[in-house]
Design a binder for this molecule. Structure first.
Ligand SMILES: CC(C)(COP(=O)(O)OP(=O)(O)OC[C@H]1O[C@@H](n2cnc3c(N)ncnc32)[C@H](O)[C@@H]1OP(=O)(O)O)[C@@H](O)C(=O)NCCC(=O)NCCS
Length: 171
């Protein structure tokens, strides 16, 4: 895909992917493996980041993720992803996973939410510039402000852990 790095809104790359959970997806308890859901999250976030950046993007990090309810065979899982923030080469993608039943009309239940940092890379795997993100709605602007707070926390945490790792061992 060609990109001229013109500014894009979250809606330009947003995507929802739905999958029906089958017996192949379950653990020994009969519920769906967390790893199956995490893979879906990573895959859909990757597509959204690729759409926004006009090329390949890799996952740099995924924030702490809490599973709120179990997913069962026959549940239809909807993975909704959108860019909430874009920097020079990185993007935050917010993902919300909901589930409903394949054979009943029931309101979807929220299963998990996640925030991923995706970095656009060139053929050599080096970070490359991404288009500016222009929040278009009030909800986009709110999500952007929250993403900015998370970004500052991540960078501060990374810097603090690096600093600690460089200190001489006390033991
Ligand atoms: C992600 C990767 C390309 C970053 O490379 P790097 O040399 O550290 O690049 P930089 O330090 O220049 O960081 C690039 C951007 O990513 C951001 N970033 C990198 N690591 C990050 C992290 N852990 N958390 C948040 N942001 C991060 C930087 O802030 C920077 O953002 P900006 O350009 O928008 O300001 C590199 O670490 C990599 O290839 N990791 C493996 C990715 C992968 O294989 N993922 C699949 C998991 S199995």
């Amino acid at each position: 895909m060609e990109t001229d790095n013109k500014a894009l809104s979250p809606a330009d790359s947003a995507l929802t992917v739905s999958s029906i959970m089958s017996p192949h997806d379950t653990n020994l308890l009969g519920t769906v493996h967390g790893g199956v859901i995490l893979k879906l999250i990573d895959t859909v976030a990757g597509v959204v980041a690729a759409r926004h950046s006009g090329g390949s993007a890799v996952t740099a990090s995924m924030d702490e993720t809490a599973f709120l309810v179990a997913v069962r065979v026959g549940d239809v899982v909807h993975v909704d992803a959108r860019v909430t923030w874009a920097g020079r080469t990185s993007m935050e993608v917010a993902v919300k996973v909901t589930a409903d039943r394949w054979n009943e009309s029931v309101p979807p239940t929220t299963v998990v939410t996640a925030h991923l940092v995706m970095v656009a890379v060139d053929e050599g795997g080096r970070p490359r510039p991404v288009p500016e993100l222009v929040p278009a709605t009030d909800e986009d602007r709110r999500a952007h402000r929250r993403a900015d707070i998370r970004r500052r926390h991540r960078l501060a945490l990374r810097a603090a852990l690096r600093e600690e790792a460089e200190e001489p061992s006390q033991t």
